[in-house]
Write a protein that binds this ligand. Sequence first.
Ligand SMILES: [Zn+2]
Length: 237
Amino acid sequence: MKVNSQVTILELPMVFNNVERILNLTLISDPLGGLTLVDTGLPNQVELIEAAMAKDGFSIDNIRQIVLTHHDLDHVGSLNELVKRTGAKVIALKEEVPYIDGTLISTKYPSDEVLRNRPELAKLLESCVPTAVDEPVVDRTILDSSGGAVVIATPGHTPGHLCLYLPMVKTLITGDALVSENGVLKGPVESATPDMEAAKQSVRKLTRVNVTTIVCYHGGLVADDANGQLQRLAMSL
Ligand SMILES: [Zn+2]
């Protein structure tokens, strides 16, 4: 779904614990730099990504960069396969790099007991291949070739979580720093956020940017009074 001149949302279906949900990947178009993909879905979703892109007239082979908001399985799942396919440059916040390239194990990695009880999760984790990050970035980095996207460090959900802000189209890509439901913006999900205090602080930090459009990985587009919703939510946390 094309949202504006720079942003397209790629909706990927995901069935997990027998519940169907949609993952909202974002594609940023830059007239000179090609395509930047933000997050990569679960393992083995390259074909779904390709189909979602084709629906809006994009070719997967034109992805030049991949930005990861963080290292959770539903965000880095198809990273390795995508890099092999496209040769795209991988970008993530410095603090998140060791969790993506496999130097450190995720603090959220499930216990052996959980893995025994949830074989489908164990299988997914097994098929997620650690991948090198080409360009570690920091807060306020302006990405090359990505429509002027600005990195906003938003720790809490993970130590090196980032959001991206596109000033030309006043669009905020939140990763999991925020979620939404039917166009209504909501705070970070407590059960999946180890450092809730940092996560709340990160939401307050996001109010510094002026937004008309917000894209949440879980929940999708927030277009109705996005700025007002963000300000009110931050004050309520
Ligand atoms: Zn997620």
